[in-house]
Design a protein around this ligand. Sequence first.
Ligand code: C2O
Length: 545
Amino acid sequence: AGIVERTFYVKSLTVSRLCKKQVITAVNGSLPGPTIHVQEGDTLIVHVFNESPYDLTIHWHGVFQKLSNWADGPSQITQCPIRPGYKYTYKFTIVEQEGTLWWHAHVSYLRSTVYGALIIRPRHRHSYPFPKPYREVPIILGEWWKANVVDVERLAAATGAAPKLSDAFTINGRPGDLYPCSKHKMYKLTVVQGKTYLLRIINAAVNNQLFYKIANHMMTVVAIDANYVEPYVTDVVVTGPGQTVDVLLTADQPVGSYYMAARPYASATLSGNPVQFDNTTTRGVIVYDGCPTPATPLMPALPAFYDTPMANKFYTDLRGLVGSPFWNPVPLNVDYEMFVTIGLALEACPANNGCKAPKLSASMNNESFVKPTSVSLLQAFYYNINGVYTTDFPPKPPIEFDYTNDAINKLPIQFAPKSTKVTKLRFNTTVEIIFQNTNILGPENHPMHLHGFNFHVLAQGFGNYNPATDRQKLNLFNPQIRNTIGVPVGGWAVIRFVANNPGVWILHCHLDMHLAVGLATAFLVENGPTPETTLPPPPADLPQC
Ligand code: C2O
C-alpha cells in the first residue's frame, strides 16, 4: 500500500457550452475534474485550495472513511466549509473496497461542476472477478445549467419554488451533438474491434436519474457502487445520482460508429401528471478503429422517460457476487429497526403570517432536516457541545396510514417541522431501515445515499410496505450491496448495515434539490471499546465556521 498525493486548485473557469460562455467553478481547470487512481489499501492525500468565490467542501462518495470521518466532506455535517482563500487537506486510507467511486463538492449545487472519478484498483493487479479488460474508461454523466448554479440554488431557497431546470446533460463534461454549438466537442471513444472495455459509468447529475444506452451493443454489468455483482447482460443501464455502474463492453459489431446516449428516467408526478424535467438527450460516439470517416453513427432507441418498469427491472435484477473481493454476508440479527418515510411536501403557509406561496419542503419521518450553522455536527458530537442537535429522530413516522394514496395522504403528516434530529448508535449496531416513499405532494424515486457505509438491499417493491407479505421477499443470500438506493416511486426498500465506523454519517436524498429542503438525517456512531475503533481528533487545519 502506498501514498497517493494530489492537489486540487478550485477556481473559476470560463467555458463555452450551448453557444454561451459560462463562468463555472472547476478543479485544476478541467471539467470533469481530475480522475484519481488508487489501489485498495492506499492512503489518499488531497490538498484542496479554495480559490473560488464560494464556500467549498469535497466529499469522497462511497469511501468508508474508516476512522477518518473528518475527511468525509458534507458541509456543516463533518466540517465547516473551506472559505474562499483557504485550504484543507483531506487524508484517508481506502481499505476493503474497490471499484468505481467518485468525488464531488458537497455544498450548494457546486457538485454540478466540481466532480470527478475515484477509481480503486485491486491491491494485486489483474484480480478482477471477470476477464481483464483491454482498457478502462470513465463515463461520467453530468448535468449542465446555462446559469450560475449557486444562484440557481439560492433563488430556489429564497422563493421556495422548485429550482430552474438544467439545460443539458453531459458525457464527460460534453453535451453532445443534439445541443446547439456542441457538435465539434462531443465525447468520442475509439475502440478496437474484438476488444473488451470496462466502462466505469458514474451518474454525477444533480437532480435526474438517467437511462444510458449504446447503439447495437449489449453491456455486461459487473459492479455497482464499487461492489461486484453477478454478471448481468443488458442493453440499458439505469442510474440514480450518486450511483456507479461498471460494465464490460465488447466491440463485437461491424467496424463503424455508434452513439452512446443518456436521458432522464423521470419518475416524479404531481396529481398524476409528470413533473417538469430537463427532457434533453446527451450523446457521445464510439468509433471503431479503421472506421471510414465520415460515417453517420447509429443511434440507440432510448426507453421512454416514464418507463418505470424498465428502470425497476434493472434496479431489482442485479445480485451481489457472493465470495467476490470484500463481499460481506448479510447480518442476520437486527439490533435497531427503523421505518422511515421519505417524501416531498409544502411548508405550512399561514396567510395571517403574510405567507403568499408555500415553500417546497421534504422530510423523513415528518422531520425536515436543518443543518447546524455554528459548528459542524461532528464537532458538536465529538466535543459534546449542547444545543446543536437532538438525538430523538423518530424510528417510525408519527402516524400510520396509506402512504401511497394521495387522496388520503394530504393531511396527517403534510407539514413537517424543521429540526436537527439524529439517531445515536452504539458501535457495531446492526440497523435495518425500511424506506417508504410518500405521496403527499407526489411520488418519486428518491436515490437515498448513506455516507460511511455500504448496505445490503434486501428487498424493494411498489405501494405500501406490508410486513406480513414483504418480509418473505428479503434476499438474505446474495442481495446487491450499494451506497445509494433508488427507492421505487410510490414504493419501499429494505436495507441493512452495521454501524462499525465511529462518527457522524449523513443519510440523504442524492437529488440536490431535495437535500436542500430537508430530505436528510444523520447517524451518530459512538466509539468502540479499543483505540482501533476510536475516532481520532480532528486534523489541525479543519475549517471552522
Ligand atoms: Cu454523493 Cu452526500 O453525497
